[in-house]
Design a protein around this ligand. Sequence first.
Ligand code: CFM
Length: 529
Amino acid sequence: MNEREKILDKYSARVFKNRKDHIVQFDNAGMPKEIAANSRSVPGLMSNRGCCYAGCKGVVLGPLRDVVVLTHGPIGCGFYSWGTRRNKAKSEDGKSYIQYCFSTDMQEADIVFGGEKKLRQAIEEAMELFNPSCIMICSTCPVGLIGDDINAVATWAEEKFKIKCVAYSCEGYKGVSQSAGHHIANNGLMKSIIGTGDAPLTKKYSVNILGEYNIGGDGWETERLLEKIGYEVVSIFTGDGSYEAIKNAHTANLNLVQCHRSINYIAEMMKTKYGIDWFKVNFIGIDETIRSLREIAAYFNDPTLIANTETVIAEELEEVADAREYYQEKLQGKTAAVFVGGSRSHHYQMLLADFGMKTVIAGYEFAHRDDYEGLEVRPNVKVDADSRNIEELTMTPDDKYYHLSINKERFDALKLTTELEYYKGMFKDMGDGTIAIDDFNHYETEKLLELFHPNIFYSGIKDKYMIQKSGTPSRQMHSYDYSGPYAGFKGAIKFASDTYMSLFTPAWQYITPPWRMQPTLEGKVGGAD
Ligand code: CFM
């Protein structure tokens, strides 16, 4: 029995039938296999997933600092989604609402008689107190069930206050995970915000950074590198992002996609509507950062830009050279497990490889098959009822703003050698004997620890302490355990240093867990007495 079979062995026939397709073990290096993904979790298994509202409000819209993101629903969802993700933002212009939690605080009476009145009141109050130029309404489950017309309220707000107001029907139950919420948020931004600005460009080479949410300051570090080379960063979706910036996103020359899972929809729609090409980049990991910077420079193909890129790479590399060597020596050969949402479990494998570490277990909470197997499988992905729930927008070229930055010949040539409009997925980077798991649950996490004994486990929020308590060091990869940034050259060193501290801390040896001192369970066998 291999490890995969050992995990599945304990399951009942029904659960086995479901879970067997979500677990893949690689028996010859790099061979892509098929995995079941983006389907409903088995009720009763402790999944790590979030809901559709979490993906829309929490992930994609929440980081927009100058937008009042108003949760329409009972207070629980609003409160729980308040400040729990480390999407950092600056508030230099005084228009940052990131520290607030806006909610309509619906009560039973509103559920029975309808919540639109309360929603209008909340908007009036927000206007009076903050006077934002954009409000986004995010619905939670009961709103969808009672059928409040949030779109009508948004239209009312736009007319009354002459602001932008967008309503998102992102009720938690839509779709099978937060991934559905990403799609809904992408659609709303595309329909109502992108393309509504007309700011002129100030530099020759301009980019948007898509799928970068500035967790722990990653977006700032990525932006610093790009600006140092000479690019104009028009907008970031959506870490430290703003309504004022993303309405001009259509003026950029190129889209850089960091997290493919959460934002591929916008990248693809902008290609059709505005002609903007996109690159799958990765600024997590030293070698990956270098690859990404070189591919972007190759796209624009300007000798000065290419030279600047090489200078910046050399400078940054020099700055981290000693630290890199030190941590390489310490971390070489250590094994890791990586379980995060929908893109980091691939990105961080590359960063671990920078320091000679090997990923033996990798998994996603809510990724789709293309995130595992590569974009080439997209045509074979079965669309089920849950995905059909979410609107698919059809784009056509925009009369005014459609602009191509390079011609078809160069595009085709670049596509052969770079990740231009292509994402290869996680599987191609996984080695012999390693295992990939989709929508992993608590039991499987415990079993994996027992079977693989990874030296460190880069985990999620719900599983972190269970892993630590089992004696395996764990670092939480959603918030970086309040550390970071981990992007770029300097970020890689910060990550290595945090990993080093987790692995070599003497803290573990000072603790004797209670189960080593006394039995935790007592009982008799055989029914005597
Ligand atoms: Fe993209 Fe993210 Fe992720 Fe994600 Fe997330 Fe996140 Fe994540 Mo937590 S957008 S898919 S929904 S990289 S919040 S910043 S860490 S699960 S792997």
